[in-house]
Design a protein around this ligand. Sequence first.
Ligand code: ATP
Length: 221
Amino acid sequence: MSKFELPLVGIFGGTFDPIHYGHLRVAEEIVEAAGLHKMCFIPAGVPRLRHTPIASPQHRAEIVRIATQCNPRFILDEREIFRDGVSYSADSLRDLKQELGKKVILCFVMGVDVFIKLADWNSWHDLFNLCHFIVVARPGHELTLGHDVLPKKLKEECSQRWVFSADSLRSATSGLIFVAPTTMLDISATSIRACISVGKSVRYLIPDAVLSYIEENQLYL
Ligand code: ATP
């Protein structure tokens, strides 16, 4: 099989504290636009570069399960939940590469707010040998054509890697970056937690089944 025929598999990492329609809509649009075979949601157990999540890893994974179970292309991958210590995406991608062999092309999906900090990540250079990147804008975080928002060393690393169509991701097995045009939804887990903590409604920002789970388990109060 040539690399052009290999299925693309999306990897969507995050704390998902909780997962919301900002994540789910972006995932749906990327699956459709890039023709992804699957989108794996990987909740981080203990993230290194951000605050400790409020809900436990088990609750966050369960919330992702509830939110994704109706979509046959979405799957929950719990590997970081059960791993001891800090969650490094490079470890998860290496594991996935080993499990799936050379049979798929991995595409790491992330918002611009996360991508601009990539050079702070553990083994960040290695990531370009493990996967492509699909980057999405968020309100307040847009990637301009000049990419002036990127720190110098990341900008240099990325300079020859940009592609301008999702189809171009099939031209190599890793190392390319595509900025995907997606609907920008101004939803964040931070604002959802803040609303819940003061008793404000978060209906229509998260799936109803997720809201029921949060209420039953008295999360984010
Ligand atoms: P928090 O507010 O707690 O920081 P978050 O809403 O940013 O959380 P995360 O779980 O940290 O959610 O994000 C996981 C990934 O999803 C990141 O790559 C992030 O950039 C992206 N993302 C989160 N919300 C959106 C959104 N509304 N639109 C596009 N991408 C998003």
